[in-house]
Design a protein around this ligand. Structure first.
Ligand code: BTN
Length: 259
């Protein structure tokens, strides 16, 4: 049996950002497998430069440092395995099935967001290992919001929590343990082409975006179409008026019929 990978788990009552912390640790040569978990983040980072906020002691805010031996075009799979492990952990601990909205949001069956994933890599000055580091952070709405009244008006109908979905408080530490247990074999799988193909297939099968009409927001503009496929690299293929466009990075909004 190989040694479990995630044994170095560093807990913080408060920190600016667990992603920032592990990126600094990576630059100083920390090995793959280090985990940072915070009760509160004062400058939590979201995708596309947004902030990620949660009241102290309510949600699961964590990052893992990985040094996966991945071909450049499959780097996206490092964040996919964290999203997949999180859906697995929610299923095993809560009996609740979540979907993955491309690229990495966990969402409830009604489309409300339950968790977001942010992968960050900084290749400058990496020392101590030939494999480049990637830090994958995930924020899971575990016990906040407890009700819609906790949310700012613009997030009502957009975000929810495990507590709201299962109707009782949820144990964050059991969820963390289940997530790391599910993540270990998935990170191992990234080391082989067959394992990577499996992770990509898992992502495709849980991806709620395929078959949905979407608005794709890119740095240079936006377009609409129907998502048709998640490729083996984890990219999204969108049929935009008969032209297949492959989206490597960007934000996707699911367009509900009639909206
Ligand atoms: C998103 O915008 O959907 C991604 C949010 C990712 C938030 C998590 S919380 C733990 C980790 N540390 C951060 O600063 N961000 C990620």
């Amino acid at each position: 049996m190989p040694e479990p990978r995630f044994t170095d788990i560093r807990h913080f009552d408060s920190i600016d950002s667990t992603n920032r912390y592990l990126l600094d640790e990576a630059r100083a040569g920390a090995p793959g497998g280090v985990v940072a978990v915070a009760d509160h983040q004062s400058a939590g980072r979201g995708r596309l430069g947004r902030r990620w906020e949660a009241p102290p002691g309510s949600n699961l805010l964590m990052s893992v440092l990985l040094r996966p031996d991945l071909p450049a075009e499959q780097r996206h799979l490092a964040s996919a395995v964290v999203a997949l492990a999180a859906t697995e952990a929610v299923l095993t601990t809560q009996g609740l099935e979540l979907g993955i909205k491309w690229p990495n949001d966990l969402q409830a069956s009604d489309g409300r967001k339950v968790a977001g994933v942010l992968a960050e890599a900084d290749l400058t000055g990496a020392e101590g290992s030939e494999l480049p580091p990637v830090v994958v952070g995930i924020g899971i709405n575990v016990n906040w919001p407890a009700t819609d009244q906790d949310l700012p008006p613009e997030l009502v109908g957009v975000a929810t929590s495990l507590r709201q979905l299962v109707g009782r408080p949820v144990d964050r530490s059991a969820l963390l343990d289940a997530l790391l247990a599910a993540l270990d074999p998935r990170v191992e799988a990234l080391e082989s082409a067959a394992g990577r193909a499996c992770q990509a297939a898992d992502l495709a099968s849980r991806c709620t975006t395929v078959g949905t009409r979407v608005r794709v927001e890119l740095s240079e503009g936006w377009f609409e179409g129907t998502a048709t496929q998640v490729t083996a690299e984890g990219h999204l293929v969108v049929d935009a008026g008969g032209v297949a466009r492959t989206v490597v990075a960007g934000d996707v909004i699911h367009i509900r019929p009639g909206s």
